[in-house]
Ligand binder design. Sequence first.
Ligand SMILES: [Zn+2]
Length: 382
Amino acid sequence: MEALDLTDIPVIDEHCHGFYRTQQPIDVIAWRRHFTESVDERMWREHIPSTLFYHRLIRELATFFGCEATEAAVLEARSRLQSDDLIRSFLQAGNIEALLIDRGYPAAELLMPDADVAALAGCRVGAFLRLENLMQELIVAHNTLDDVTEALLAALADVRAQGYVGLKSIVAYRTGLDIRWWDRSDAETSFVQARQEASAQGHLRLQHKPLLDTLLHVAFTEAAKQELAVQFHTGYGDTDADMLLANPLHLRAVLEHRPYRGMQVVLLHECYPYTRQGGYLAAVYEHVYLDLSYGIPFLSYGEMLAFTSAALGVAPVSKLLYSSDAVGIPELHWISARDGRRILGQALGESVAYGDLTRSEAETAARAILHDNAVRLYQLGS
Ligand SMILES: [Zn+2]
C-alpha cells in the first residue's frame, strides 16, 4: 500500500478557534490543559502526559524546534519565541490557505484580531457566528420573547453581508441535539426562567430547552432562506455535554423538516465516537456534511486513521471536510494539518489498494476534502 503524499495541498481549516494574544509565558500545567477536555486538575498533573496523542505531539514538536524530545526541552524551545513568531512559524509550516474561526470561544478580548492572524500566517480568515452567544445577549436585553425573536431575526438578516461564512450551534452541550417544537406557553415559561436567572446571576448561560429550541427554529428558518451552512457541535467535548444527547442521530426531526432543506448542516468533530452515525447521515441527507477534525479530539494516529476510513467508507467524498478544531495555540492548528494530510494520504492509499479508487481519483478526493469542498460549501471562491 502506497500512501499519497498530500504535503503540497493547502488546507482550508473549516472549523477552528482564534489565537491567544499572549502565547508566553506558559507553565507546564497550563500548557497540558490545552490537550484535554477534562476540567479535573489531577488529570492535567498526572494523566495527560501518558496519552498517545501527547507522546506524538512532544516528538513532532521536538523535530519542529530541533530540540530533545522531552516536554521540558520543547517548552524551553517554545519560550524562546515571541507570540507573533510562534503563530507565524506554525501556521506557515501548516500550509494553511484559510482559517474559518468560530468567534464564540474563547472571548474576543483574549485573542489576536483576525486581520493580524491573517497577516502573520499569510492566509485568509473567515468567521462563524455562534448562535447561543447571540441569543444570550438578546434575552438579557429584551423583556418579551416576541422582542427577542424580532431582534434575532434582525441580527441574522443577511449573515454573509455581515462578514460571516456561516452559523455555529453548541446546543449539543447545552440541552442536546434532540431539538423539538414546543408550545408557545412552554417557550414563554422557559423565557421567564432564563430572565430570572440572568438578573439573579448577572449573566445568562442559556440552557433552557424550550426557549433554546424555539429560538434555534427561528435561526434555522433564516439559514434555510439564505442557504447558509450551520455547524453543529456533535460528539466529543467537555463534561458539560451529555454524550448521549450529542449523538447526531438526534437531529433527525430537524433534518427531515422540509422547510430547512436549504440549510446545510455540518456535523463537527467527526461526531466522535459516533463517526459512523455521522457518515450515515451525510450519506442519506443531501444537505448534511461531515467534518473531520484532527487536532481535537486528542486521539492516537491509529484512531484517527480508523475514523477517517469509517467516514470515507460510507459518506460521499463531496460531503467530507477537513478541520482542526484547534483552540488558542498555533501548534494545534499545525499538528492537525500535518496529521490530517498524513492520515488522509494513508486512508486514500488503502482505498486505491482495495480497488475502490484509482490513484488519480484518490488524489482528487484528497484535494476535495482538504480544500475544494469547503470552498464550495462556504462560497469562498469570490
Ligand atoms: Zn470547536
